[in-house]
Ligand binder design. Structure first.
Ligand SMILES: *Cc1c(COP(=O)(O)O)cnc(C)c1O
Length: 381
């Protein structure tokens, strides 16, 4: 059996190596390392894939979130509602811009913002909601957009883990996650579903004015050469990364299928198990399975049991990860905020029970069988 990895970007690369190598060499020959043709080509192809009007490439997913918030003219002290149960980047940029993060609870099934927790968090200072499509499962965007509309709030989707996921509205209309809110932000970090060979990120929007502003902010606030209209930053996607991403974009749908096949295999193994809850799949979306995250329940203490499972798997050379062991509302970084929402029982409950199993495009049946078997063996000892 091939060694089991949490993410196997190497095998994935080997399958498209000749195309990728050629594209990289082409960039090197052209020496257009910054804003080369591949950057525009990739932005155009990504916009067509997502069916959104504008995509703005940038340096990474964290920058994308920051640029989105800068473009909305939020003022220091303005409140931004976001889940506590997410990667730190989502919440960190809020505080970096001197805005106030307000943490919302998540739905324990979807791991995404619970719309029923939103309205009581809204104050006159609330300006935006940042839902996160965590692990590749879409947040309930229809309800979130309805609340945002009612209270005149912006919605920035953190789509770093769900690129390619479809969202189906009750009338049958489909949209890609990241294109439903006012702005979508994504990351091309190598382990993401659409991963570069280094850092990368992008913003999506259908709004012409916002697109122009975000483009300007990502480029030092420059309106034309050497005229700087607003304070911006320097956030670019390298041409080499864009060339690689343009090739990988063509494979994104098949990558999601491969991830889903692995998820289906796991699901079968874990169905009806008293201690394991496999990931929920809401009927309104196609899960992109950035992670395959189960909930572990049992023993005297579920967290202890979960941690022991992780160690047991490690003993059999099966990596597993806890995403994320410390939720935002418990991070030191935010200790000075008068967070109205320090009491987050659902988020704490999930934090103690989640464990993510190996999930990538290159898992074969032998590996999946071995992982599933060892997880079950742990509970049947
Ligand atoms: C990866 C990730 C980010 C940040 O992306 P980077 O490219 O690493 O800056 C933001 N939010 C979520 C949910 C992520 O998973």
């Amino acid at each position: 059996m091939r060694p089991i990895q949490m993410v196997d970007t190497k095998t994935q690369y080997q399958k498209i190596k000749s195309q990728v190598d050629q594209a990289v060499l082409q960039v090197m020959d052209s020496s257009g390392f910054i804003n080369g043709k591949a950057v525009q080509d990739f932005a155009f192809n990504l916009a067509s894939y997502l069916t959104c009007k504008h995509t703005i490439p940038c340096a990474n997913g964290t920058d994308a979130l920051q640029i989105a918030m800068m473009a909305l003219d939020l003022q220091p002290g303005d409140e931004v509602i976001t889940p506590s149960f997410t990667y730190i980047a989502t919440t960190e940029v809020i505080a970096l811009l001197r805005l106030t993060p307000v943490f919302a609870e998540v739905d324990p099934r979807t791991f995404c913002i619970d719309p029923s927790s939103l309205e009581k968090l809204i104050t006159p200072r609330t300006k935006a909601i940042v839902p996160v499509h965590l692990y590749g499962h879409a947040a309930p965007m229809e309800e979130i957009m309805a609340i945002a509309k009612k209270h005149n709030l912006y919605v920035i989707e953190d789509n770093a883990q769900a690129i390619g996921s479809d969202y189906t509205f009750p009338d049958g209309r489909k949209k890609k996650t990241g294109t439903i809110g006012h702005i979508g932000a994504t990351s091309f970090y190598p382990s993401k579903n659409l991963g570069a060979f280094g850092d990368g990120g992008a913003l999506f929007t259908d709004d012409d004015a916002l697109a122009a502003k975000m483009k300007m902010i990502a480029n030092h606030g420059q309106s034309r050469q050497y005229y700087f209209d607003v304070v911006g930053c320097n956030s670019r996607l390298d041409t080499i990364q864009a060339a690689i991403l343009d090739i990988k974009l063509k494979h994104l749908d098949e990558y999601i299928v491969a991830r889903t096949t692995a998820a289906d295999f796991y699901d079968k193994g874990f169905s009806n198990h008293p201690s394991i809850t496999p990931p929920y799949r809401a009927n309104y979306s196609r899960h992109a399975f950035h992670q395959y995250t189960i909930l572990v329940e049992g023993g005297n203490n579920s967290a202890t049991m979960r941690n022991e499972l992780k160690d047991f798997l490690a003993g059999h050379k099966i990596p597993a990860m806890i995403y994320y062991p410390v939720p935002g509302h418990r991070q030191k970084m935010f200790a000075h905020f008068q967070l109205s929402t320090r009491d987050m029982p659902t988020t704490d409950w999930l934090t103690e029970r989640v464990i993510s199993l190996p999930m990538h495009t290159e898992l074969d049946e032998e590996q999946l069988q071995f992982i599933t078997g060892k997880v079950l063996e742990y509970f049947n000892r």
